[in-house]
Write a protein that binds this ligand. Structure first.
Ligand code: 13P
Ligand code: SF4
Length: 340
């Protein structure tokens, strides 16, 4: 197995828009979406003004479910390329527009279909579980997909269906893999990939924010570079188990809504602070690391969304070869059946 290095992030996005520009562009976007019969889906890490014009904002699982159920002719996807590909795989009859086709993901780039085929050849009979942060070609070589909100359930399902001794190849995120092993108590073969944004949230960040905000609740995305050490802190009794929550971005929102805590340390991409603060104006959300910004997510801007809806065509359309889509639908379908 090779160790895949994350690709470098692209240069940061353009200067922020003024309020008046946002208002004008938002109106244009909504009018164009109505004209084109398009539904706008946005990930929780998108810019606030992009989240504000979307019909649905959510995590990877929620976005897949909405893409599958969308009644509109066109899906305008505000997220990164693998997410738009997943929408196209689930709704092959629809046009899927991504306002910038170069919006990639360092984690999805950490494993190629050739690398996965070679890994499978080394472990015949193993069950392959891949995070949705993978290309359509990788999904086509996969038995089960998972997201951060259902990875544990998917692995537990495999244990029940295939027996305790079955070999599991899990990828491409090593921190999510370590988290799933910790919760299920099940050893797996884990691909050594990482997301450069989450890997950059280090144990030292947690130590610092813990000292600055004693008593705060911890919301930690399992892709984080600090997640393994936080699990160790919890096991050693250094961090209170009750106040530590490993959650997908959607899970963070659900938790914050019902929690009695007033301060939350948020260990994930900083775009997440926007929906958390918008839904919970009386609660305080502190980033574990202010530098945790996904430049790929921030490549999607209102002017590009407007242009994609206005012009459509090859420049903005995500296409997945039909035979790849057919194979990739199988592991996504299994995931959705396990964790609807
Ligand atoms: P979620 O599924 O938790 O939204 O995570 C997606 C992602 O890309 C995390 O970086
Ligand atoms: Fe990919 Fe990381 Fe960006 Fe999520 S935050 S889209 S995993 S590069």
């Amino acid at each position: 197995m090779s160790i895949a290095l994350p690709v470098l992030p692209p240069t940061p996005a353009v200067a922020p828009l003024a309020r008046e520009e946002i208002d004008v562009l938002s109106e244009e976007v909504r009018a164009l979406a109505a004209e084109r019969d398009a539904v706008i889906l946005a990930h929780n890490y998108q810019l606030p003004e992009v989240q504000a014009v979307a019909d649905y904002v959510g995590d990877s699982l929620g976005l897949s479910q909405h893409a599958a159920a969308a009644g509109a002719e066109t899906i305008a996807f505000c997220g990164v390329h693998f997410m738009a590909e997943t929408a196209s795989i689930l709704s092959p009859e629809k046009t899927v527009l991504l306002p910038d086709l170069a919006a990639g993901c360092s984690l999805a780039a950490a494993i190629t279909a050739d690398e996965l085929r070679a890994w499978k050849a080394e472990h015949p009979g193993a069950v392959v579980v891949m995070y949705v942060n993978t290309s359509a070609e990788v999904k086509a070589e996969t038995d089960y997909c998972c997201t951060s909100s259902n990875a544990v359930q998917v692995v537990e399902h495999i244990r029940r269906e295939h027996g305790d001794d079955v070999e599991i190849l899990f990828g491409p995120d090593m921190f999510l893999g370590a988290y799933v092993e910790h919760v299920t108590g099940r050893r797996m073969r884990v691909w050594m990939g990482e997301c450069h944004v989450h890997a950059g949230i280090r144990p030292a960040d947690i130590a610092r924010v813990r000292a600055e905000h004693p008593g705060a609740d911890f919301l930690i995305h399992p892709e984080c570079g600090c997640s393994t050490s936080v699990m160790e802190y919890v096991a050693a009794g250094d961090v209170d188990d009750e106040s530590t929550h490993m959650l997908s971005t959607g899970g963070m929102l659900t938790h914050a809504r019902s929690s009695d805590a007033d301060t939350f340390i948020v260990a994930t991409e900083t775009g997440m602070l926007h929906p958390l603060a918008a839904e919970n104006p009386d609660k305080r959300f502190v980033p574990a690391n202010r530098e945790a910004v996904c430049a790929y997510m921030k490549m999607i801007t209102l002017p590009k969304l407007r242009d994609a809806l206005r012009d459509g065509g090859e420049r903005y359309t995500v296409r997945v070869a039909p035979e790849t889509a057919e194979r990739a639908r199988v592991p996504i379908g299994r995931m959705v059946a396990i964790a609807p």
